[in-house]
Design a binder for this molecule. Structure first.
Ligand code: COI
Length: 361
C-alpha cells in the first residue's frame, strides 16, 4: 500500500546505500538487463489508481487476454539518473518523459499517469535502487524505465478496463559499443521499411513501434550497420529518425538541423534539451523537414540522439551504393571538422557554460 511504500521509501532514504555499493563492473556496463532490487506497480481500475506497491520479484502475473498481448496497448519511457561528485543522485528531465507518456496515453486511449503517482514511483524506485546508480565518473547511469500497459482481459477490440503502470531501474553504460570514446557508428538508410505513417503514432513511445522496427534493424545489422535511418513513409524523401533515436545534422555553416514531423517522429527529450542548449549558445536551430538527397552533403557532422544512445556520432550514412562520411578521425567537434568549436569552448572555460554566441568557422 501507498502509505507502507512511502514509509518504506522514507526509511530507505535515511539509509540509502553507499555510492557503488552494488559493486558491479561499472566501466563494462552496456545496455543490458541487470537484476536490481525492486520495481513499483500501480493499477488503474474502475476509474481510479491504486496505491503503489514495491516488488522484488521481477516476474508479474498478467492475464493471458490482457490487452497488451493482443492489441498492443503499451507505452514505455526512459530517462537517466546520475551521481554527482558529492554523491547525490540527479534525474535528467524525467518530467519530459511524463509529458510524452501522457501524450501517448491520450492517443492510445489509456488513463494518464498523474504527476503525484509519477513522482512517488520514481522517488521510491530510485532511492530503493540507489546502490545501482553507477558512481560519478564511471561513464554509466541508472536508466529508469516507466511503462504502462492494458492489463485487463479483452477479447473484442477496445480499450482495456484495467491498466498497470510500472517503474523499474537498471544500471547502464554505452548503448553502441562502437560509439565508446565517441568514435561513432556507421548507419544504413533504409529504403525497404517505413517506421511510421504520416498520421500514425510514430510520435508516441509505443512498444509496437519498436517491434515493427526490429526486422529493419536486423537487416541493417546483417549488412554490418548497427543502426539504420528511416525516411518519411509517404515520399521516402525526408529524414525521419534512427531505430533508437532522433537525427541531428550540423551543417557546414554551423546550424543544428533536426526533422520536424509532428505525428511520425518521436519527440526526443535529449534532442529537446540539446536544441535548447544550442539555442542558448547562439547556434541557429532549425526544426524542419530535411530533404535527404538535397541536404545530406551540407552536413559536416551527424548524430543520433536519445536517452539510451545519448549523443552517438554517425560516422557515415550509406544508401544503396552511395556513402557519405561525417566528422573527422580526431572525433566529433574537432576543429578540422567544424572549425571554431574548440576556439569557442576555450572561450567558455572548463564547463562550457555562459555561451552567448557560436562561431561556425
Ligand atoms: C530510450 O532512448 O530511452 C529508448 O527507449 C530507446 C530504446 C530503443 C532503448
Amino acid at each position: 500500500p501507498k502509505a507502507k511504500a512511502k514509509g518504506k521509501a522514507k526509511a530507505k532514504a535515511k539509509k540509502v546505500d553507499k555510492v557503488g555499493a552494488a559493486k558491479l563492473d561499472w566501466p563494462s556496463l552496456g545496455f543490458n538487463y541487470v537484476k536490481t532490487k525492486s520495481h513499483i506497480r500501480f493499477v488503474y481500475k474502475d476509474g481510479k489508481w491504486s496505491k503503489g506497491k514495491l516488488y522484488t520479484d521481477p516476474f508479474m502475473p498478467v492475464h493471458m487476454l490482457a490487452n497488451v498481448f493482443h492489441y498492443g496497448q503499451a507505452l514505455f519511457e526512459g530517462f537517466k539518473g546520475f551521481h554527482t561528485k558529492e554523491g547525490d543522485v540527479c534525474l535528467f528531465a524525467d518530467k519530459l518523459s511524463l509529458g510524452r507518456m501522457n501524450h501517448g496515453c491520450r492517443r492510445f486511449m489509456m488513463p494518464e499517469v498523474p504527476v503525484e503517482i509519477w513522482d512517488e514511483a520514481v522517488q521510491i524506485v530510485v532511492k530503493d535502487n540507489a546502490k545501482y546508480v553507477p558512481p560519478y565518473g564511471s561513464g554509466g547511469a541508472l536508466y529508469v524505465r516507466p511503462f504502462i500497459f492494458g492489463s485487463g482481459p479483452k477479447l473484442g477490440l477496445g480499450p482495456s478496463e484495467e491498466y498497470t503502470f510500472v517503474v523499474f531501474a537498471n544500471p547502464v553504460g554505452s548503448y553502441y559499443k562502437a560509439a565508446e570514446g565517441m568514435q561513432g557508428v556507421e548507419a544504413l538508410v533504409t529504403d525497404h521499411y517505413d517506421r511510421a505513417a504520416p498520421l500514425g503514432c510514430g510520435d508516441c513511445k509505443a512498444a509496437g513501434n519498436y517491434a515493427a522496427d526490429l526486422e529493419s534493424m536486423y537487416e541493417a545489422k546483417k549488412k554490418g550497420f548497427p543502426i539504420s535511418l528511416y525516411l518519411d513513409a509517404k515520399e521516402r524523401r525526408y529524414v525521419e529518425e534512427f531505430n533508437t533515436s532522433n537525427f541531428v545534422g550540423i551543417t557546414k555553416d554551423g546550424k543544428y538541423i533536426t526533422p520536424d514531423a509532428a505525428r511520425s517522429v518521436l519527440n526526443s527529450n535529449t534532442n529537446k534539451v540539446l536544441t535548447q542548449l544550442a539555442a542558448d549558445m547562439g547556434i541557429t536551430v532549425e526544426r524542419r523537414r530535411i530533404d535527404f538527397a538535397a541536404e545530406v552533403d551540407t552536413f559536416t557532422e551527424v548524430g543520433a540522439v536519445g536517452t539510451a544512445v545519448v549523443v552517438t556520432p554517425i560516422k557515415s550514412l550509406t544508401r544503396g551504393d552511395q556513402v557519405w562520411n561525417f566528422g573527422q578521425p580526431e572525433g566529433p567537434g574537432h576543429p578540422a571538422g567544424r572549425g571554431g568549436r574548440s576556439a569557442w569552448l576555450d572561450d567558455q572555460g572548463e564547463d562550457g557554460l555562459g555561451a552567448s554566441s557560436f562561431e561556425a568557422s
